[in-house]
Design a binder for this molecule. Structure first.
Ligand code: TYD
Ligand code: MG
Length: 452
């Protein structure tokens, strides 16, 4: 019999290694490799896997299939993000920073489902029953028939639920759950995995939609094993800045729908309010245009969101190294735009400090915002405002060419809907219902802003 080799499994990412190391070579976490007892391999005549099994009928792709039935939660922004309502028997993982509003959101969702008579169970492993009740009172949901428990034992939860058949089961959070089939404290990889497995099995058997709350580590990944993300049908991220009002619910993975829709909420005194028209959230409409701002029609999934880009330049006494600072925008992309402006258009920021900010705490990653950022920068430097009724979009190449953005028409339609009259776009763009100014080169934009 072959000698059994010990193997070491990373408790953070689940990767398997033949020898112990201080740092996991796969995920770079320290002290996460743990020796696992190698199960004795049974060598028998049956080790040839091509015989002795059950032959399965292979089928074609084209057949009548029922679309997954979806249950509307009654919270339209939530339904939209998960792909049109929750799917019975599916498991979802809701991840987000502490304090972002996961418990608030799910209590509201549970209350909406329960109030519609569909049955919702909310299990908190983090808060006492009274804490959850107090929150419900604050949210004005005290009367909703949510079934509530504060418990961490998966066995207790599943035993209790034998007599129940809820449409929705919320577990807040999976890191607090404990399965007595496995050793170890709640929150460890094996506990999280085992607890999730049992809860997901229950959901599939009963046709209950399960939502697990998952904590996020400081680098933004979901705490616990990566495998958790593979075990669930959908991973939802709840994002936003805690100091800002807005929150975005986004499907990172969705076996039952797309990942291009988002739900937008605003955290208010009485919980999360739905924001059906997100553009209004990020725009400050003013009558007099101010220099250094430009409006960019961003896209969140397939939804246009108009955001305001603000730039400020401060003249420096010669000699000092000027600061460049960007909030909500990639600072190397800012450096690139400054370089293109200097090299291709002769606009120099060498003696100015440059500050760039995306209003409302919004984070922009779309390269189509280049032109709007450039417009804000040139406007700030020249102290000549971009017209308040104009939106600006287009990607800027290192050559100074302005390129088309994805979904141009969608963005222009939203801008027109919100009362913008003019669009500054790359060459070749046609649009109805809005006046367009086209720029093939960045130089053209600079001339338009500075009036020279
Ligand atoms: P919470 O749902 O507890 O966050 P998480 O479960 O993601 O850790 O919400 C946290 C914050 O939300 C809390 O700091 C206060 C704020 N909040 C409001 O602003 N309004 C409200 O009505 C509620 C319930 C919370
Ligand atoms: Mg919470």
């Amino acid at each position: 019999m072959a000698k059994l080799k010990a193997h070491y499994v990373c408790q953070a990412c689940g990767s398997d290694h033949s020898r112990w190391q201080g740092q996991c070579p796969d995920c770079a976490e320290w002290n996460t490799l743990v020796q696992e007892s190698a199960a004795p391999t049974v060598f028998s005549q049956k080790h040839d896997l091509s015989t002795g099994g059950r032959a399965i009928e292979l089928v074609g792709l084209d057949a009548e299939v029922a679309l997954p039935v979806r249950v509307s939660t009654g919270i339209a922004e939530f339904d939209r993000a998960v792909g049109g309502g929750i799917v019975p028997g599916s498991a979802m993982l809701l991840a987000g920073d502490p304090g972002i509003g996961k418990s608030t959101l799910l209590l509201q969702v549970a209350a909406a489902v329960a109030s519609a008579g569909k049955g919702a169970v909310y299990v908190s492993g983090e808060e006492a029953v009274d804490q959850v009740r107090l929150r419900a009172l604050r949210l004005g949901l005290g009367a909703a028939p949510v079934k509530l428990a504060s418990v961490t034992s998966v066995r207790d939860i599943l035993t209790t639920l034998q007599g129940e058949n809820p449409a929705l089961l919320v577990i807040d959070s999976v890191q607090t759950m404990h399965s007595d089939l496995i050793e170890g404290a709640p929150g460890t990889v094996s506990q999280v995995r085992a607890s999730a497995q049992e809860l997901i099995r229950f959901a599939k058997e009963r046709g209950t939609a399960l939502i697990l709350v998952g904590h996020v580590t400081k680098d933004g990944s979901i705490a616990g094993p990566r495998v958790l993300e593979h075990m669930v049908d959908a991973v939802l991220g709840f994002e936003g800045e805690r100091s800002h009002q807005y929150r975005i619910l986004r499907a990172v993975k969705n076996r039952f729908g797309g990942t291009d829709e988002i739900g937008v909420f605003a955290m208010e005194g009485a919980g999360l309010a739905e924001v059906p028209n997100p553009s209004a959230l990020f725009l400050t409409r003013r009558d007099d245009p101010v220099s250094g701002t430009a409006i960019f029609p961003a896209l969140e999934g397939t939804r246009p969101v108009l955001v305001e880009i603000q730039a400020l330049t401060v003249r420096l006494a010669s000699g000092a190294t000027p600061r460049r600072s960007a909030v909500g925008w990639d600072s190397s992309r800012l450096a690139m735009l400054l370089a293109v402006l200097e090299a291709r258009c002769g606009v120099s920021f060498a003696t100015a400090e440059v500050y760039l900010n995306i209003a409302g705490g919004y984070k922009l990653q779309d390269p189509a915002a280049d032109l709007a950022v450039a417009a804000a920068l040139v406007s700030a430097l020249s102290e000549r405002p971009v017209p308040a009724e104009a939106v600006v979009m287009g990607e800027v190449a290192l050559s100074g060419e302005v390129r088309q953005a994805a979904h141009t028409q969608l963005r222009l339609k939203e801008a027109a809907k919100l009362g913008f009259e003019e669009a500054w776009v790359p060459g070749g763009v046609e649009a109805k219902g809005i006046k367009v100014a086209r720029f093939g080169q960045l130089r053209g934009l600079v001339e338009k802003v500075t009036g020279r």
